[in-house]
Design a protein around this ligand. Structure first.
Ligand code: ATP
Ligand code: MG
Length: 325
């Protein structure tokens, strides 16, 4: 059975980009292999230095996943920090990583260009991510398009490591990207991203949700004039929720004129409400019992640690560094 691995940062509320780019695939794929899904709390330290906030985000993301249909009996669901072997392997991989490889990383360059002041953790983020993947002997990594280069970096590092020690100690993974939802745009048209503050949350409700949907940026084509749906952020989001015929129907209205962006936004708002109604109710129920959520993560952590240790043991040996002498 193939090992499937994916993670999500606990850097803030999950959004539609996370759902369509990642979570939905994770939930579907729990049936299709030996799935490991983790909450990347170490990674979130690159942007958050408040412990209480990271803890709360971790619990929130666990609630989100469980409410959306993740079943802890079908997959291994845990927090990254419950597997210390990950940072151990990350260190080893970093010694095989040329500085220039990190300097070329697009995700890093993007964040710096957006005004984020980088720390070394952010700079070496892809190395920790590579360790996350390699430590479980993962075969498949379902991610959004923005992560493609990071998976290439992961393969590159594993290849260098294996080549140096003369055997296949680390398994080279493949990414799995759903093309139609490769990049979900945010309300300002850039990639929807927690760190850009341009998100629509999966569990946003009522006024908050309405306000966000209504503030999606559009051009200034007057109401009566025809509009090009393919150049509209609202339509890009509608496509994620609507079936083919509904999409076609709305696209026709755009092209006919007399249909304004406000109309499209209202349709989108309704679609979001309906699509997540069940998950919202479930989340409220789960939030009444956080101890159970913590137990689920702890159990997952145990399983993940066992797998990680079995991969790490021969690696320590070949690298000549041991836990005890
Ligand atoms: P940050 O801004 O902190 O990097 P993020 O919003 O980009 O957060 P991540 O935790 O980096 O979210 O990504 C989690 C998963 O969601 C990844 O698999 C990523 O590819 C996917 N993802 C994030 N944003 C989008 C998006 N706009 N469209 C499609 N997939 C996305
Ligand atoms: Mg990201």
């Amino acid at each position: 059975m193939k090992t499937i691995l994916s993670g999500i940062q606990s850097s803030g509320k999950l959004h539609l980009g996370n759902y369509f780019g990642a979570l939905r695939q994770h939930i579907q794929m729990q049936e299709k292999g030996d799935a490991f899904y983790f909450i990347a709390n170490y990674h979130s330290m690159t942007s958050i230095d408040d412990g209480e906030e990271i803890y709360q985000n971790t619990i929130d993301i666990a609630l989100d996943y469980l409410a959306l249909g993740l079943d802890p009996d079908k997959c291994t669901f845990f927090a990254q920090s419950d597997v210390p072997q990950v940072t151990e392997l990350a260190w080893m991989l970093s010694t095989f990583c040329p500085v220039s490889m990190m300097e070329k990383a697009v995700a890093y360059k993007d964040k710096v260009a957006q005004g984020v002041t980088p720390n070394i953790g952010l700079f070496t983020y892809p190395i920790l991510q590579a360790a996350d993947i390699l430590i479980y002997n993962s075969d498949v990594v379902p991610v959004g398009q923005d992560q493609k280069q990071n998976i290439e970096i992961c393969r590159d590092l594993a290849g260098r490591f294996n080549h140096n020690y003369g055997d296949e100690f680390l398994k080279l993974p493949e990414e799995y990207i759903v093309k139609s939802v490769a990049v979900v745009p945010g309300i300002d048209g850039r990639k929807m991203s927690k760190s850009y503050g341009n998100t629509i949350g999966i569990f946003d409700e009522g006024k908050t949700l309405r306000k966000k949907v209504m503030s999606i940026e559009t051009d200034s084509t007057p109401l009566d004039e025809p509009k090009d749906p393919e150049r509209c952020n609202v339509f890009a989001l509608i496509k994620l929720f609507a079936g083919e015929s509904k999409q076609q129907q709305i696209a026709d209205k755009y092209r006919a004129g007399g249909y304004g962006y406000g109309h499209a936004k209202n349709e989108l708002l309704d679609m979001i409400e309906v699509y997540f109604a069940e998950a919202r109710a479930k989340r409220k129920e789960l939030a009444q019992d956080i101890d159970t959520v913590r137990d689920i993560l702890s159990e997952g952590g145990k399983k993940a640690r066992a797998r990680a240790e079995s991969v790490m043991e021969p690696i320590r040996e070949v690298a000549g560094v041991f836990k005890s002498y």
